[in-house]
Design a protein around this ligand. Structure first.
Ligand code: NIG
Ligand code: FE
Length: 421
């Protein structure tokens, strides 16, 4: 029989229990228990509550004990937007951006996403896998236990399938759970740009050739589109996302990042799982998100890294009742970080979210964005024992100490997958 495990000594246990996803004032409700205690059995949470109650359970007496020494325990972060698989950094473009070139200018000259596409197509699957494995260890070391991962640096049949198959292999061979998203519609690849109807032809390739394979092999749960100037129009995005839905891929979308494209309204109409970025939303978009079940996922790492001044209007979205989420957008072009704690720091200082709102957005609301809210995102009986322990006494210190990793231990399905020191 597998021993059960009793976790004690939490200065604060953030359970995030209760109704999820969270909107409005409920976003700040962490379900905090001082000196809270957890009992874990067979990968899942068997009991949670105040120490005296949980310790009084007969099973608690025979359980293995883990004292976390007065630190803060919270659900493992659910990072609902990453571009995990890519071949290399784009540090050379970082320098161009600092010198004044915009993200769009670099992209028009064949840099940006197309630069990463060239490198990915030339890379061996094993090399991509090695880089991703190291990143996954990094996610775990920063308290993340579930991630979403998008394709989108392949943009041809072979390379897109190569990425999606890596998602599956990596999900099976290391502890973090990977939710796979097909983002063949990241941009129109170079070989289609020179043709008169290139964009339309590429959409046909996505819908008629790639999607049947992706769905047939069950390589993705979601279909995503980058709907923006220089990427895909709202009409093209609709066609792609509707085709995805017909094949069982739920929609998510890169919306209103650099320009307002109308992607948010489309996402809400399609019942998308999430609508991500949102720097350029207008009032009608905010109101529509407020009334919808589409998660408004904010990615402040992009604005920080690109040095942009206009962050997404988090406070208006919260006031409107939107299900606000936070994610890293880990990618080589706009947000090369895998630290959710850093994203929380940006959410607090730049988006004016409170630490409590940020933590909710990064856990239970992220889980909802990935349609995994019944399994992860909160510490409640029956859910997977996915948790992060931070070397702080007060949860507000998680975003407060920016740019350093205070994650002390990470547990996935009851197994310690990372421990500091
Ligand atoms: O989420 N906006 C589109 N996709 C990524 C950037 C990808 C890249 O520049 O490589 C994003 O910001
Ligand atoms: Fe992205």
């Amino acid at each position: 029989m597998i021993d059960s495990l009793l976790i004690t000594g939490a200065s604060q246990l953030l359970t995030l229990r209760g109704r999820g996803p969270r909107r409005g004032a409920a976003l700040a409700n962490l379900g905090l228990i001082r000196d809270g205690t957890l009992l874990i059995r067979d990968r899942r949470i068997a009991a949670v509550g105040i120490r005296a109650k949980v310790e009084a359970l007969p099973e608690a007496r025979s359980a293995q004990k883990l004292d976390v020494g007065g630190r803060v325990v919270l659900p493992g972060f659910v990072d609902s937007h990453t571009h995990l698989i890519h071949a290399a950094s784009r540090a050379e473009e970082y320098e161009l951006k600092i010198a004044g070139a915009s993200y769009q200018e670099i992209a028009r000259k064949g840099g940006g996403i197309l630069n990463s596409v060239k490198k990915l197509r030339a890379a061996a699957a094993e090399a991509l896998k090695g880089r991703a494995r190291a990143a996954l260890r990094g996610f775990a070391a920063h308290g993340t236990t579930t991630i979403e991962a998008k394709s989108g640096y392949g943009l041809d049949v072979t390379s897109e399938l190569k990425i999606l198959r890596l998602h599956r292999e990596l999900s099976a061979e290391q502890p973090l759970e990977i939710s796979s998203t097909f983002l063949g519609a990241h941009v129109v690849p170079a070989e289609f740009r020179s043709r008169p109807d290139g964009a339309a032809e590429y959409v046909r390739l996505l819908v008629d050739r790639l999607m049947p394979e992706v769905a047939g092999e069950r390589l993705a749960e979601f279909c995503d589109v980058f709907c923006d100037r220089g990427a895909f129009t709202r009409e093209q995005s609709r066609e792609i996302l509707e085709a995805g839905k017909r094949r069982g891929l739920a929609a998510r979308i890169h919306a209103e990042q650099l320009t307002r494209s109308g992607a948010t309204q489309l996402a809400v109409k399609l019942g998308a799982a999430s609508c991500d970025h949102l720097e350029q939303v207008n009032r009608a978009d905010i109101a529509a998100l407020g009334k919808s079940n589409t998660v408004a996922t904010l990615l402040p790492g992009c604005d920080f890294h690109l040095g942009l001044k206009q962050y997404a209007p988090a406070r208006s979205l919260i006031e409107a009742g939107a299900i606000v989420g936070l994610a890293t957008d880990y990618n080589p072009g706009t947000s090369p970080t895998l630290s959710m704690a850093m994203i929380l720091s940006l959410a607090c200082s730049q988006l004016r979210m409170t630490p409590a709102e940020g933590i909710t957005a990064a856990t239970i609301n992220g889980a909802y964005a990935l349609r995994r809210e019944k399994e992860v995102g909160s510490l409640e009986v029956g859910k997977l024992a996915d948790l992060a322990v931070f070397d702080v006494e007060d949860y507000r210190e998680i975003p407060y100490y920016f740019g350093v990793n205070r994650c002390w231990m990470t547990m996935k399905s009851g197994e310690v997958i990372w421990k500091a020191g």
